[in-house]
Ligand binder design. Structure first.
Ligand code: SF4
Length: 274
């Protein structure tokens, strides 16, 4: 069972804020963009952002709650969203299916929906499916899904930072050992792993942020993570702490550092950058 330690109040306040209005009959994001594959070629990746219940973890820095619902959708709803989105998307070999939470959180995506989605992807001939999940939700449901799925499964998890104090303050509900265990178990099951790394936590200045982001890259590489995405901290109404957004140069420096290790893909994420 996942426990949720209380936020450290001196650093932030949780404000009730209004979410974007979403239609549960459609995915709230459907688009396509090129990305470097593991094989070293740039290919189109279709992307579907599903509309579903908010992630229960409520990490301090996360702004994904803005595009979520307060209630669990009926069985079959998310599978239908995905089917409609797939009909709209161009032919591609790779699909990112992000649900602003964990793909294996049954309150977000019911189990049968995940298998119905797998059936659709088999028919369409996708080669890769990338989903996201919290490390504590990696276990038998993930391995059974990977076995059933025809495309190669890749799971993206938020490592965020290897600064353990900052990790706790992010209310991430995991330790570095949790992340390491989840990575090792997925690699044993031939599931690819991608890690999200935060460029600067709310309480670090840019220099400290760059230092810890580089250390996080070293950690991820050492435990066998092949693909890393470095994400600048974004504005978030629930994060009532002033922070100076990282510069583009800081992101470039960290990504260049990661690439210099010659240990896999390293991306800089500029979605909604502040
Ligand atoms: S586990 Fe991921 S999606 Fe959920 S609150 Fe944390 S960062 Fe956001």
């Amino acid at each position: 069972m996942v426990t949720h330690p209380r936020p450290i109040e001196k650093h932030f306040t949780v404000h009730l804020t209004v979410k974007n209005t979403l239609d549960e009959s459609i995915a709230y994001g459907v688009f396509s963009e090129p990305e470097l594959t593991r094989a070293g070629v740039v290919e189109d990746h279709n992307i579907i952002l599903t509309t579903n219940k908010e992630c229960p973890f409520k990490c301090t820095m996360c702004d994904l709650w803005k595009n979520t619902l307060d209630y669990r959708v009926e069985k079959g709803t998310v599978a239908k969203q995905v089917r409609k989105a797939l009909d709209q998307l161009p032919t591609a070999k790779h699909l990112k299916l992000y649900n602003a939470g964990s793909f294996f959180d049954r309150q977000s995506i019911p189990e049968q929906d995940t298998f119905d989605i797998a059936d659709d992807l088999r028919v369409l001939g996708y080669e890769t499916l990338i989903v996201e999940a919290h490390p504590k939700l990696i276990g038998t449901p993930c391995f059974e899904f990977a076995d059933y799925l025809q495309p190669q499964l890749e799971v993206a998890m938020g490592l965020e930072t290897v600064n353990e104090q900052a990790l706790q303050e992010l209310n991430k509900n995991m330790t570095l050992d949790d992340f390491k265990r989840a990575t090792a178990s997925m690699l044993e099951h031939d599931i690819s792993v991608r890690a999200f790394i935060l460029l600067q936590t709310p309480w670090q200045n840019e220099e400290e942020g760059v230092h810890w982001a580089k250390a996080s890259i070293d950690f991820a590489h050492a435990i066998g993570v092949e693909c890393l995405t470095v994400i600048p901290l974004r504005k978030n109404e629930r994060l009532a702490v002033d922070f100076v957004p990282s510069s583009t140069q800081a992101l470039d420096e960290v990504v260049a550092y990661g690439l210099s290790k010659n240990n896999g893909r390293v991306f800089g994420d500029t979605w909604d950058a502040v």
